[in-house]
Design a protein around this ligand. Sequence first.
Ligand code: FAD
Length: 427
Amino acid sequence: MNAPVSVEILRQHLIDPEICIRCNTCEETCPVDAITHDGVNYVVKADVCNACMACVPPCPTGAIDNWRNVLKAEAYSIDEQFGWDELPTQNPTVGAPAAYATPAASTASAGVDALQAAATQIDGDAAPGSGSDLVRGATVPPWSAARPYVQLYTHKAPTTATVVGNYRLTDASTESDIHHIVLDFGTMPFPVLEGQSIGILPPGKSADGRTHHARQYSVASPRDGERPGYNNVSLTVKRVTRDYSGNATDGVCSNYLCDLKKGDVVSVIGPFGNTFLMPNHPNSHLLMICTGTGSAPMRAMTEYRRRRRLKGATGKLMLFFGARTQQELPYFGPLMNLPKDFIDTNLAFSRTPGQPKRYVQDAMRERAVDVAQLLKDGNTHIYVCGLKGMEDGVLQVLGEIAQAHGMAWDALWERLKREGRLHLETY
Ligand code: FAD
């Protein structure tokens, strides 16, 4: 009689390339650096992932939540995953995957029964934690937020929109070229809420012959349209002409969008996002902190509140908005025209000639007493959007202000996350 052959089954964590919108959230969230990407796909290193699930709640599309039972020795390598256009099907002889993964591989004897037993053992292990302590912002929406629609249109079944407006927001003298683009969906339903984003599928193919993946853009208009009563949305798009290291490059989608003409038709997927949403109760306060195109969701929320200004409501709007110069600040003119008793606007410019550098954190410190008052109020909802680099600084200054005004920041931070009152979206 042959001795039983020992096999190890791995419940391998994979990312669906057809749904993933390459927003980088998973890679940033992963506490063990198991996720990486090339110019095309986001992938998971099988030998590093411990299935802690920290990356799952923040993923805006659910692409991250995919699992295949594989023989450990045959786990998909990252090079294989880089080449995928779609996920492989589950090999039925290795057992169907369960909803939640376990940290590692499991051992069993060979034979289908044994493999099934191994799969059962995997399923029976304690479900791993949500990893929410590793996530810096809320993974739940405000209690009073409207219910969002998500993923009505997908890579496989996108919809189209017609460009009805495209104009530059930043001064022509500046290098920063940011556009306000209005897309009309005609009679096609495309319901969005403030804080959600949409995906644009740029036409053409990359150097390796694959179709470009979608890029995500925050909606800059309120739920009832850029023009009330129209089925349209606006976007705030910065033309990418340099990569993060400052080298010259032509960003595929941002250049495509900024060059669009009235009447052009674009392919759209989404909407995306079910947590970065605004509260709907009238006395809720919005503390908004943004830089550059991070102003898009703030514009949407502010405009929604302006259109629905309720008599007697005490909800406050406080905005901290940073840019290099006033000429590079999108929507400067319209923002300055908003009544002072409607929104408390604080601008910070980091490159005004002859002036010291000033960042949003500096402006927040100057207004610490008022920020602290908002932090103490259970109706306050905080939104941070813009450059990736701003997150640390903003969280730090919120902590400093809280501590200086008698609030234990760690406990407050946890509460803000738990109650869907601290939302971060940086890219
Ligand atoms: P790519 O062709 O993808 O990249 C070209 C090169 O530039 C690459 O080396 C890349 O690493 C680098 N690069 C990419 N983006 C930047 C950048 N911002 N700065 C410097 N280098 C960069 N963008 C907006 O303009 N407005 C928005 O409202 C907006 N909302 C977003 C919301 C979410 C949730 C996310 C995840 C991203 C958002 N973005 C937004 C960024 C947007 O999705 C694209 O990443 C961006 O437009 C660049 O795409 P691209 O195709 O032009 O550049």
